[in-house]
Design a protein around this ligand. Structure first.
Ligand SMILES: [Zn+2]
Length: 164
């Protein structure tokens, strides 16, 4: 994806208030992010352990999503798979994150959940630039391009639910 600025990121959020988007913690190392290898920018909020964020493109527009996940790791499966990039992790490596829906549905309290890599590094796992604790990813018969297309398709399907 193209490199983003702090202002791009703050302007992109679709499921939190303008005030929240203005205050939330944006990564300080945007200049050093591996943009060419990212399908989305995802990060944890260092000041709010139950929050994370992701920003990606949808039909040419930047879309930022605020996510919440349980700070308690009780009840986690020993192994679990990210529903976006299909990487298997141990322990808390996959979290059920919830996103408030965009627009009126979100203001009424509706949200959508997704099981995804807790560190939001799906793009790097797919490309083999980061290796999960559980060891190598399973052997795929798909090419790298096909795996990237599958992960971005899964992300797009999740985002569609935010607007549904
Ligand atoms: Zn993932």
């Amino acid at each position: 994806m193209r490199p983003l600025t702090e202002q791009d990121i703050r302007n992109s959020f679709v499921n939190c208030s303008k005030g929240e988007a203005k205050r939330l913690a944006v990564p300080r190392d945007l200049d050093e992010r591996p943009w060419d290898d990212l399908d989305f920018l995802g990060w944890r909020d260092p000041g709010a352990p139950d929050r994370s964020y992701l920003v990606t493109e949808r039909a040419g527009d930047l879309v930022g999503i605020a996510l919440r996940f349980p700070s308690s790791h009780r009840g986690f499966l020993h192994r679990s798979m990210c529903s976006l990039c299909l990487t298997t992790h141990r322990g808390g490596g996959v979290s059920l994150m919830t996103a408030r829906k965009a627009g009126a549905a979100g203001r009424e309290g509706n949200s959508v959940g997704v099981y995804m890599c807790t560190d939001l590094a799906c793009s790097l796992y797919v490309r083999g630039k980061k290796v999960p604790d559980s060891g190598a990813r399973f052997e795929e018969s798909l090419t790298l391009e096909e795996q990237i297309a599958r992960a971005t398709g899964n992300l797009a399907a999740f985002m569609d639910k935010l607007y549904a």
